[in-house]
Design a protein around this ligand. Structure first.
Ligand code: GDP
Length: 300
């Protein structure tokens, strides 16, 4: 079992009884422990470095006289900074989906294969029909895997929303445009487009999704990322963020045992808000992202 951060800090705090301020010396020692805790939570190293230097700047000279020990004070600074980076300082607005457009509002889903895109389409569809009473249409442009199109059909049925059947002989852009046209004619409020994912990043896939983006000008482009991805999340997020104007992130599989370091890495690299978290395989397993809860999870 890895020590959690509280245990780690307790050790350091013991050695600095009586110190009433966060100083260069005691802060450095505690930051070392925090650094290890973040690495254990699978936050990518460059992200950890950057984060630690921000915390150091904030913590220096913090007055901790009173009930708090320097250790507790620093944990407070770290927790606040983590929550802010995760979007707490942006407020609730940051997690809302944008519908300020002429309907149908198009939501484009991007991400690698297996991260939970199709499942998330079903969850979002269900969420939007339930919570906001939107009329939703879904479509898959994954012409490479007929099974993926079938999976979206099943998921859409389960969510009780309309599904646009695409021909796997058609081109992804043609499919998306046809679905958009269909959505317009049938007065759908929202069109969610599920896209092909690959096991790794490849140039062709990026060009395809960029072309899709250009063809349908989505109001939301959501990058779906698996919380279990850990360190690798950094490169994947960077590539998608460079290829597409992302508007938000969906972090899936948070019900697994990942400490969630991917959340911090992805937020840090893209600067885009995490809007939702996937917390089960079921269609009701979608939650509006909670930055403070995520901060606590990362710290362990
Ligand atoms: P896609 O290839 O990105 O479309 O991924 P899928 O939607 O097919 O999901 C891949 C696997 O991950 C499936 O077995 C899903 O049931 C599972 N999955 C998706 N989201 C979650 C989640 O939030 N939690 C858990 N535990 N499993 C998930």
């Amino acid at each position: 079992m890895l020590d959690n951060l509280t245990q780690r800090l307790a050790k350091v705090v013991k050695t600095m009884r009586g110190e009433a301020r966060l100083t260069e010396a005691n802060t450095t020692e505690m930051l070392r422990e925090i650094r290890l805790a973040l690495l254990e939570a699978d936050v990518a190293l460059p992200v950890v470095r950057d984060f630690i230097s921000r915390v150091r700047e904030k913590a220096m000279g913090e007055d901790v006289i009173g009930s708090l020990t320097p250790g507790q004070a620093l944990v407070g600074v770290v927790q606040q900074e983590l929550a802010d980076i995760m979007g707490a300082d942006l407020g609730k607005e940051a997690t809302r989906l944008n519908f300020a457009t002429q309907p149908p509002a198009v939501i484009l889903m991007a991400g690698l294969q297996g991260v939970g895109k199709t499942t998330t389409v079903g969850k979002l569809a269900r969420y939007l029909t339930g919570e906001t009473r939107k009329k939703v249409l879904t479509v898959s442009t994954d012409v490479y895997r007929p099974a993926a199109i079938k999976q979206l059909e099943t998921v859409s049925q389960q969510a009780g929303v309309d599904f646009y059947a695409s021909e796997s002989s058609a081109k992804p852009v043609e499919i998306a445009k046809a679905a958009l046209d269909h959505a317009r004619r049938h007065y759908h409020d929202v069109l969610i487009i599920d896209t092909a994912g690959r096991l790794g990043i490849d140039e062709e896939m990026m060009q395809e999704i960029a072309a899709l983006h250009e063809a349908v000008t989505p109001i939301e482009t959501l990058f779906v990322v698996d919380a279990m991805l850990g360190q690798d999340a950094v490169n994947v997020a960077r590539t998608f963020n460079e290829a597409l104007p992302l508007t938000g992130i969906v972090l899936t599989k948070l019900d697994g045992d990942a400490r969630g370091g991917a959340a911090l890495s992805v937020r840090h690299i893209t600067g885009k808000p995490i809007k939702f978290a996937g917390v089960s395989e079921k269609l009701d397993g979608l939650e509006v992202f909670d930055p403070a809860r995520m901060a606590n999870r990362i710290l362990g």
